[in-house]
Design a protein around this ligand. Structure first.
Ligand code: N01
Length: 485
């Protein structure tokens, strides 16, 4: 076996979080390698290139705080522009020499004697470092439900997160399964191209207007010449989104009622048919599933060539989708907009610490101390880890806070100033217990199915508070919660 490549820090993943970690390592003068299974950086923005893909957080906020972009073309930029942004950051911060692209990580093993992680790729190459940063994200493994007969379908089928440009849409009978964030973006884009589009809805989601618009050239010029103005705009967006958090924290409260009214007014204004409107009206509190933002999904549903199908799917057949009432919807193409495997976090990477595997430690659900460190796993740092996802604001804000929190510890072990830093089990447990108790009172717990919950009702994905509270908690690396040797 070839010798492992020695470095000071290994970063797994070159998406938004991995690139952030790489920038910080570069700035600190630490030697590091970024292992990325794709052939380019960008993570979710590389994967999700389906028509209409974009971010539902305004781009002036969904970007690094230290690398603002005055040139965003619209309030809500689309995937190609966002991907370009992350590619630009990789170039601007000279990360390319550190990138190992097309390297899929199979395992990470801790060696107590050397206090080093050895990371092994699926093709048998190895890297060794005292610090390991796992930045694989929460939404990188597409989920296609195991409906009976799926493989028998005679037409084309594709998941939104594995889109390719030659997917057969034009003039075809297309079925989109799912009505989440991905579906509501792709449906309006392909509705005009398909001969007929059937949207298979299991449950309606809450939708509020996106109010997207191009950013006028004069405003871009102002943002470019007066950075303070751009920063103020960013702060304003952050503040407005933060103000919606009570809808999640207090289901049924004033903010939730205000947002539900906004969504219902929008539904009434765009869907004249009362039966269709009824079919699109959620029966759970707003925020329970991710609240969607769109200006074009409802209008797409009233097109003559679009049908919203609310009858349940029984199975997939060679000719199309068989419903439980026996009818067959004939299709040429099925688009699975059915989301992601969201509870495995690092999966399928096998992480083996000094006392056993992370899979064992997470047998009853993934958890991490402050979303970032795990009892029993020294010198391991997660970005966008358990309980750092949001329903109301920018994940980049959260990941930047995680990075600021963990950086002193990462640098200490990377530079050999500490041999081993690991969170104490009681700190980890107490943190998670309190967090789960708080999550149980949020709208996420309020009687709907979503990717935020396991079948047992545990919520391993989301942070309970607002982002300001997270920022306060992450201000300082709290050494008292750690064993440092
Ligand atoms: O996935 P989802 P997504 N039969 O899990 C349905 C982020 N994102 O890819 O609601 C029939 O939300 C399922 O039905 P139901 C964002 O964080 C962000 O859309 O469970 N239907 C649901 O409608 C988002 O929350 C952007 O009843 C089945 C859909 O499939 C996350 O990604 C853009 C089914 C899955 O919805 C995931 O969004 C896109 C079955 N067997 C995504 N199984 C931004 O703009 C599942 N469904 C940043």
């Amino acid at each position: 076996m070839a010798a492992a490549l020695e470095t000071q820090a290994i970063i797994i993943g070159a998406g938004m979080s991995g690139l952030l970690a790489a920038i910080r390592m570069k700035q600190a003068g630490v030697d590091f390698a970024v292992l990325e299974k794709s052939l380019e950086v960008g993570g979710t923005w590389l994967d999700n290139c389906y028509p209409g893909s974009g971010c539902d957080v305004p781009s002036h906020l969904y970007s690094y705080s230290f690398a603002g972009n005055p040139h965003w073309s619209r309030l809500f930029a689309r995937q190609p522009e966002i991907l370009d942004y992350f590619r630009d950051q990789a170039n601007r911060f000279q990360l390319r020499p550190h990138l190992c692209l097309g390297v899929e990580v199979a395992s990470a093993d801790w060696d107590e004697a050397s206090a080093r992680w050895t990371v092994t790729s699926t093709d048998g190459n190895r890297w060794r470092a005292p610090a390991l940063i796992v930045a694989t994200g929460q939404l990188n493994r597409p989920r296609t439900p195991d409906l009976p007969g799926r493989e028998s379908f005679a037409g084309a089928q594709i998941h939104t997160a594995r889109w390719h440009a030659d997917t057969s849409i034009a003039g075809k009978r297309v079925g989109v399964i799912g009505t989440g964030a991905s579906a509501i973006q792709i449906v309006p884009e392909i509705a005009g191209e398909a001969a007929h589009l059937t949207v298979f809805q299991r449950s309606p989601h809450w939708i509020i207007p996106r109010m997207d618009a191009p950013i006028p050239p004069a405003m871009k010029r102002l943002f470019a010449t007066i950075p303070l103005l751009r920063k103020a705009f960013r702060a304003l967006i952050w503040r407005r989104l933060e103000a919606t958090h009570p809808a999640i924290a207090a289901p049924g409260g004033a903010k939730a009622r205000e947002m539900e009214k906004m969504a219902l007014d929008y539904l009434a204004a765009t869907i004249p048919d009362p039966d269709l409107r009824q079919a699109l009206t959620p029966d759970f509190p707003i925020g329970c599933k991710r609240t969607l933002v769109s200006d074009d999904y409802y209008p797409a549903l009233v097109r003559d060539n679009v049908t919203l199908e609310t009858r349940a799917i029984e199975r997939i057949e060679p000719a199309g989708v068989r419903l439980t009432d026996g009818s067959l919807i004939e299709l040429d193409t099925i688009v699975w907009a059915t989301g992601f495997e969201t509870h495995g976090f690092v999966a399928p990477i096998a992480i083996n610490g000094p006392n056993g595997s992370l899979a064992q430690a997470w047998e009853n659900g993934a958890s991490a101390y402050r979303g970032t460190t795990i009892a029993g796993f020294p010198n391991l740092f997660l970005l966008y880890g358990p309980n750092t996802n949001l329903g109301h604001n920018s994940i980049i804000f959260m990941v930047e806070r995680q990075m600021e929190y963990a950086l002193p510890a990462i640098l200490k072990v990377a530079r050999g100033e500490a041999r081993r830093i690991v969170v104490k089990p009681d700190a980890h447990e107490a943190y998670n217990r309190t967090l789960q108790a708080r999550l149980a009172t949020t709208s996420w717990a309020a009687g709907c199915g979503s990717w935020y919950k396991t079948d047992d009702g545990v919520m391993p994905n989301n942070w309970a508070g607002n982002t300001a509270e997270f920022a306060r908690m992450m201000k300082r690396f709290d050494t008292e919660a750690y064993e440092i040797a």
